[in-house]
Design a binder for this molecule. Structure first.
Ligand SMILES: Cc1cc2nc3c(=O)[nH]c(=O)nc-3n(C[C@H](O)[C@H](O)[C@H](O)COP(=O)(O)O)c2cc1C
Length: 390
């Protein structure tokens, strides 16, 4: 793989990729599937089962590495339980499954909003068989969900944004949010959440975060186990996307058309990357630096406690903010490396908390950037049936 070429192409791709408008089908790089085919049209119009309709939205939730760590067990005609899928964890980068539980919260938030848009209330009972410790994962439901038909229910205004929300990983235009936008986000968040939302955009904060985020990625990629875990979720071409319907690839970083075709066909291959992840790691660091440098506004949600319930609720908050920023014409992107709990990251995490006066005992659950950029294509999703178990 020619690392410099890849970076140059990705660098250009961030600005121009979406604008090129030549699909990989036209340039003949193999099968392309419209993203709509991977879940983003919402429920099948022929689907009459409200549980399946709601789940068709819930699967579109943001989740770490798009691993889709959800299992559904049907418990009644209008009810089901949500479990963590123990086969879909990321133990090298998320050793205590905190991000996986945040991803349960995003799922619950999306389904709850979807229910209102479909004339139902979703009653959610958290950890109905008892909550487990935040260093363990037990085979107990994260939540029991009951759908109550409610002719009088007002659809949540965020329902209109479930099919367009996405994590926008490309470069932004380095413009700060307006104070009115920050105020709107704080008011919106404060109305439903018990956890503080911090939004920073001073020159000093930006410079500090550029360094911290880049360093965080440098630390993450310094280890073969972690590299292989990420590479395992990276989709190197359209055929892999079609086969697995999860993970993420260069498309989600804003690369399209000829540039995507060149990177996927000539510069990146699973075989060589797995054999030697060094260049892949270097690219991740360079891209992190570039995306951080292109951003003026950063935000985080923190919680004084860090129980499984805190994690799930913080995930709900994160998802609501992502939908709200979508509604406001803004884009959003988590950058989680410095929050990760493996040993080598802890000194940088302590430094981050100190620099931003975050209590050392608080947990920063989500750290993300905010800004403006063209929309990028959606990441794929599996079929709902893949989530459902007896
Ligand atoms: C807990 C959590 C952590 C995440 N961390 C990162 C991250 O560090 N870097 C990143 O690029 N995306 C991160 N994401 C975004 C996911 O990659 C994204 O949600 C997933 O690929 C699905 O794409 P979508 O949000 O566009 O639907 C994170 C998402 C969640 C919920």
């Amino acid at each position: 793989m020619n690392r410099r070429n890849f970076i140059q192409i990705l660098g250009l791709g961030a600005g121009l990729g979406a604008g090129i408008g030549i699909s990989s089908a036209i340039v003949g790089c193999g099968p392309t599937e419209p993203t709509e085919a991977f879940g983003w049209n919402g429920p099948d119009p022929m689907e009459k089962d409200i549980r399946m309709q709601v789940l068709a939205y819930a699967i579109l939730s943001p989740n770490s590495h798009n691993i889709q760590p959800w299992i559904i067990r049907i418990t009644g005609p209008l009810s089901f339980d949500l479990y963590v899928d123990p086969e879909r964890l990321l133990p090298a980068t998320d050793p205590y499954y905190r991000q996986i539980h945040i991803s349960q919260g995003t799922f619950l938030e999306t389904l709850s909003i979807a229910a209102t848009g479909l004339g139902h209330e979703a009653r959610i009972d958290y950890f109905p068989e008892g909550v487990y410790g935040n260093h363990e994962l037990l085979n107990k439901p994260v939540a029991s969900i009951r759908l109550i038909p409610r002719a009088d229910i007002n659809p949540d205004p965020l329902f209109a944004h479930l099919l367009t929300r996405h994590s926008n990983k490309q470069e932004y235009d380095n413009r700060r949010l307006k104070q009115t936008e920050i105020d709107a986000l704080q008011t919106f968040h404060g109305a439903a959440s018990i956890y503080p939302l911090s939004i920073v955009q001073s020159t000093k904060a930006k410079q500090q975060l550029e360094k911290i985020l880049t360093k965080g990625m440098q630390i993450e990629v310094g280890d073969k186990k972690r590299d292989l875990e990420t590479i395992g979720m990276f989709r190197f071409n359209d055929a892999e996307v079609k086969q697995y319907r999860d993970g993420f690839g260069v498309t989600q970083a804003g690369l399209s058309g000829i540039k995507k075709m060149i990177v996927e066909n000539f510069l990146l291959s699973r075989e060589s990357t797995e054999k030697d992840p060094t260049a892949f790691g270097e690219q991740a660091v360079d891209l992190t630096r570039k995306t951080a440098e292109s951003t003026a506004t950063f935000a985080w949600i923190s919680s004084p406690g860090n129980s499984r319930l805190d994690q799930v609720k913080a995930g709900r908050d994160y998802c609501r903010i992502n939908l709200k920023t979508t509604a406001m014409g803004l884009v959003q992107h988590p950058m989680s490396q410095v929050l990760q709990e493996f040993e080598e990251m802890l000194p940088l995490q302590a430094q981050f908390k100190k620099q931003f006066s975050i209590n050392s005992s608080d947990t920063v659950q989500m750290l993300f950037r905010l800004g403006r950029a063209e929309a990028t294509p959606h990441g794929p999703r599996r079929l709902i049936t893949a989530l459902i178990r007896d």
